[in-house]
Each structure stands twice: as C-alpha cells, then as structure tokens.
Ligand binder design. Sequence first.
Ligand code: GLN
Length: 258
Amino acid sequence: MDNLELTVMNMYSDILNTYGDIGNFRCINQRIRWRDISLNIQECTIDKDDDFEWEDIDIILIGGGSDNNQSIVSNHLLEQRKDLVEFIENGGVLLAICGSYQMFGNKYLDVDGKDIPCLEVFDIETTSRPDRLIGDIVISNAIPDSNNVLNKDFDFKLKDMVGFENHGGRTYHNHDPLGHVKVGFGNNGEDKGEGMVYKNFLASYLHGPFLPKNPHIADYMIFNALNRKYSITEIKDLNDTIEIRAHERMLKRLLNDK
Ligand code: GLN
C-alpha cells in the first residue's frame, strides 16, 4: 500500500530522558522513514504544546526520570488524562518507560514517602525504596497473543528483550507483564514480572534506550500503528544485522554470566 503516513508524539523528552530514552523516539522515527512511510512529528511537554489533534496521533513515546522530574511533569500529564485514556482504549500505540510507567498507575510513593500524583489509568502501585534495583536485564517476551489478535502472524525475529534498569520503585499489578525476568529485577525484584501490556500500551523499566536495543519491539509498535490505521498485515523487513548482533551479544554475556 502506498502513501502511508504515521504521526509520532514525543512527550516530555526534555524532562523524562533517563539514559537517553529519547533514543526510542529517534529509533521509531528512523525505522518508519526507512520504510518510506511519511512521518509527522509532534512534541508535547510542559511549556510547549504543539497544536495537534489527538485523533491524528498514532504512536506516543514517554521516557523515565528521577522522582523530581516526575513531579515536574505531573500536573501537565494529569491534564492529558482524558485524551490518553481515549487513545489507549482506541488501540493507540504507546510506550512508557520507568518513571512514566509508574505514573500511569494509581499511586507512586517516592523515596521520601511523598505521593506524586499519578494518572490512575491502571491498577498499578509503586513504592520507592533507597536500595535501588540497578543493572543489565534480560526478559522473555510475554506479550500475549490475545492482546494482539489482528497481528498474530507477526513473527518476532528476536524473542527476548534486553536493557538496563535503575529504579527505586517497586511496582505491583495484576495486568499482563511485558516480559518475564531471566536476569535482573523487573517490576519489583520478586514476582519475575517486567513491565505491563494493555492493548497497544506497553510499559517497561528498560532503558538502553530500549527500542534501539530491541528493534523487534519498535517494529511491533510500528506494525500495530499501521494495522490500526490501514489494516495492514505485514511490514517491510529491514537489515538489522548490527542491531541483532548487538542484542545477541548482550544476551549471550548476561545469560552466560549467570
Ligand atoms: N523515579 C523512579 C524510580 O527511581 C524512576 C526512575 C527512572 O525513570 N529511571 O523508581
């Protein structure tokens, strides 16, 4: 199909950008361009709202940040709640990393015991502790087929996800996790769950940034956005030799390190 077009929105990357989470935005944009799909970009942050219509947005990327940076975006983020809920319920594609993942939940108690106002979109609770969960992490892919009925033929070239985590927050929920922890801590260091999936909403503690290290997830997001907009059932393959080699090296090192 010709004349495909996607609009990607970058939220708060001037404030929530731990370990270069803006790389997720850059990665997804580049993979869209490489496929000759027209790309529109929107920025949304506390003092710069582009003039955009929510129904034009296909993909949203939000990164992580310190407790302090989370408090800075909190009020502005809460003002977007209604539109974000509609976007997610309508199958919009969204990736939230670390601090922003926590803020989609009901509660985030920071390391000083202060309540940072959250979106209360999902039944997720996070409490921070001074002993942080830090290190490289490997998770298996647990994105459920049932969340992805239209795309069940989508074949992941890579199965696991790799990244780096650094969070004081311990997150608990009963939603589907994004992955199961093979090496590292994940949501809380206890139940082996990492991240969360609901429709095309993905959340994770993985920095890296996450998408350049896991190009299959970037493609999964692009695919879902195209499928939602144009009912497309396949996307063009890219040459990911370097990305796959880097991913597999990290995997090998971490799994053998055990
Ligand atoms: N402030 C949160 C925590 O430490 C999120 C940190 C992050 O985004 N890396 O749990």
